[in-house]
Design a protein around this ligand. Sequence first.
Ligand code: WT7
Length: 740
Amino acid sequence: FRGRGRLSDGPRLGVMATDGAPSTTSAAVGNEVELAAAGRTTQGVPPSDTYLKESGHWIADFAEYADMYRRSVREPERFWTELAAREFVWHPSAAPTVGDALQANFDVRHGRIEVQWFRNARTNICYNAVDRHVHAGRGDQVAFHYEANDVDDARAHRAITYAQLLEMVRRMAQVLRDAGVQRGEPVAIYMPMVPELPAAMLACARIGAVHSVVFGGFSAESLAGRIADAQCRVVITCDGVMRGSKLVLLKQVADEAIALCESRQPGFRVHTQLVLRRVPERLPHVTMMPGRDRDLHQAMAAVDLSAAAAPATATTNGAEAVATDGPLLAADVEWVHAEEPLFILYTSGSTGKPKGVLHTVGGYMVGAASTFKYAFNVRPDDVYFCTADCGWITGHSYGVYGPMLNGATQVLFEGVPTWPDAGRLWAIVDKYRVTHLYTAPTAIRALKKAGDAFVKRYSRRSLKLLATVGEPINPQVWGWYHQVVGDGRCNVVDTYWQTETGAHMIVSPPVRGFQQKPGSAGVPFFGVQLAVLDASGREIPFQPGVESEGLLCIRAPWPSCIRSIYGDHERMESVYFKPFPGYYLTGDGCRRDGEGYFWLTGRVDDVINVSGHRMGTAEVESALLRHPAVAEAAVVGMPHEIKGEGICCFVTLNDGYDGSGALRDELVQMCRREIGPIASPDRVQWAAGLPKTRSGKIMRRILRKLAEQGKHLDVASLGDLSTLADPSVVDALVRDYVEE
Ligand code: WT7
């Protein structure tokens, strides 16, 4: 690749007009002009006075935000290096430097896609997230208030301080080392939301291993695919857990997944499975395979911490390792290069099996921490509560790394927002005096539907900031979050991003002078250069007062950008970088209003957004096709009151099968078993035939319209159907459509 990337080739320092006026549109970099326009709007909801009074601020106002943005895109190397050096501990002999900040090629026409930030610098993200706070005298600060599923599970509920967490992580790290886990080696984590889950992630990071967290709601088949893809030889799991009123048997699923992997790949073996005993009273007899399975807590208790200071590469740590913040760097920490892998997290695409998105240590640390800091304004005496499970990227960046790198106190919630009733979140808010809440529109819709009484039963006085992520929030739901949950006192912050972006790309910064527009995600975060492309791939330049709509792309590398798809770099290039050379393609459509605000309009590919989780329609289709009755299946999203998008399946049956209710149930079960409960179809429609072009491609836009409008679909409104092999299928589909 081309050494110093295109960032340095682009337009550089702002050209000042001779009269000293600020740079003109053509000289602006990134979205400076959009930000200037956004700063002038009077159309939105300004931050409430109470919020501004009660909340700490890192930056004075939106003018300062825009100024920082300007610096971040004009001199990204300097901006991020200064921030990185200021905010984190690096190995004293390998701190980041401006000259070494960025090596990148973001343009397929110039060869292999490559993004490297601070590649010669060395650090450890676990040290920065945990040890550093303890060394700075904040060991007694609570890292996690652990709220178990059952309200009265007195034994489980507890507060874990940073000092306690450090000990837990060090013990777990040593258990992993003793199991032979090497620097760079992937470890699978399949756990519920218990403190041991973030601890396991941090333990991996501490020894330079790579975590691959698999959401505890995924099936054995999905877990097996992920274990096999990264060839994980160590799995960390849990006997079981209560989710609401249901007992989930994680260990049993993990055993099944391991057996599947081993039977499919002769010679492959998971040699160690660490098992947390979470519900021994409900599951007294969990079968442990001798030689492979170990009780996690017993193994941790057996660690002699005074002897634990023996990292695999002791020579690279050296006695000279004195942190810039004073105390000796912990001897059991592996000081990895910034571009070494930190984690793999699988996400669905429009085709094929889920992609293992790979993030690396340094850039991800900078991205997760800086977005958390500036988008949320959390102070040490605040209590922050992110409802996302660690199995998703939100749980990684804003349930573990972002908050902990900022030394925040968090709530870690094992249960579900609707159990024992729809007041649970608000009970938690009052119990821990939560100041910042981060959740998804789907949860807000579900709670809104349950009625205001559940909310009003609790005081919620502590709340200051309400944030959302995962899908567009519609203005009515925004209004309910703001007015009913927040009593109009709180700042509402929308955040748009993806597993691949690692951290927020678009935010509604909670600062004086920035007006929230309900339904808009807001404006780009520092260093993010957004571009709106038309269908032919031409960038639509921003003009104040003019609205544009197109594909959302990103023009230059940001620190927490995806580095690769695990084991398939080429796939990353073809999915994100080949469609429009020079740009990263998000896969989302967007509208940019005349004041520079971005409004997401949904996926433009065959990916649907079910309850804020990404689901590839192709994955559901292949699950359906495993049933002997199914000849063909086409899956599309359909509007769903709570989930945002529901899963609608059009299924053609093989001869000899009839579409019955029992068969429908079997197909639903099939999807749950193959993928997990989040893939449960909301609707199964029997179809005599699917609308295909002469070349055999299914015209999904017809099915999407049908799923949306049902029997009311006006076939004439579908436009040109002449490319269909048999246009009469459409009439048949409408005729046979069963409203539910
Ligand atoms: C997709 C990414 C990243 C957190 C959770 C989902 C959609 C995400 C927003 C938002 C509108 C959003 C996009 C994106 N999305 N946040 N604030 N407004 N849409 O992560 O599974 O990687 O999915 O979620 O469609 O591409 P993910």
